[in-house]
Ligand binder design. Structure first.
Ligand code: DAT
Ligand code: MG
Length: 149
């Protein structure tokens, strides 16, 4: 099944919203397959956000993501990438739809609470960064047939 890499970013950790974020994704129907609490270092941040290197906000983005421990999670499901991004909402919280994580809980683009992979290929690359040598489980839930057709 398709996988996506989710990060609970430092602002959500500091604000006590880590499980609010994870819970919304879990309640959507996505199946948790990997979970890690970790401190990102600069090298890991630059690897993850490599596509934004050279942009004016890059230094601030790296400083932000290393500013506090984060949670990395792998969620699975049919169209997991699109489902997670829909639940997360648009990049800019003030333009994200109400009912989304960013639309309900965020104010600024540089404090947008959560990351979700933008494609299955990005997800595989990002899972490699955040779960290198760490378990990602292959399992089924008794309820999966009530969520996935
Ligand atoms: P998303 O996180 O919605 O996938 P993205 O991949 O385009 O968005 O950018 C990664 C992060 O970088 C985003 O969550 C917040 C930050 N960012 C993107 N564009 C920005 C901008 N114009 N100014 C400041 N930060 C920005
Ligand atoms: Mg992105």
């Amino acid at each position: 099944m398709e996988r996506t890499l989710i990060l609970v970013k430092p602002d959500a950790m500091q604000r006590g919203l880590a499980f609010e974020v994870l819970s919304r994704l879990e309640r959507r129907g996505l199946r948790l397959a990997g979970l890690r609490l970790l401190q990102v270092d600069e090298a890991m941040a630059e690897r993850h956000y490599g596509e934004h290197e050279g942009k004016p906000f890059f230094a601030g983005l790296v400083a932000y993501i290393i500013s506090s421990p984060i949670i990395a999670a792998v969620f699975e499901g049919t169209n997991a990438v699109a489902a997670a991004r829909q639940t997360i909402g648009g990049t800019k919280p003030t333009e994200a739809a109400p009912g989304t994580i960013r639309g309900d809980l965020g104010m600024e683009i540089g404090r947008n609470l959560v990351h979700g992979s933008d494609s299955p290929q990005s997800a595989e690359r990002e899972i490699g960064i955040f779960f290198e040598g760490q378990p990602v489980l292959d399992w089924q839930r008794e309820t999966d047939r009530w969520v996935f057709e």
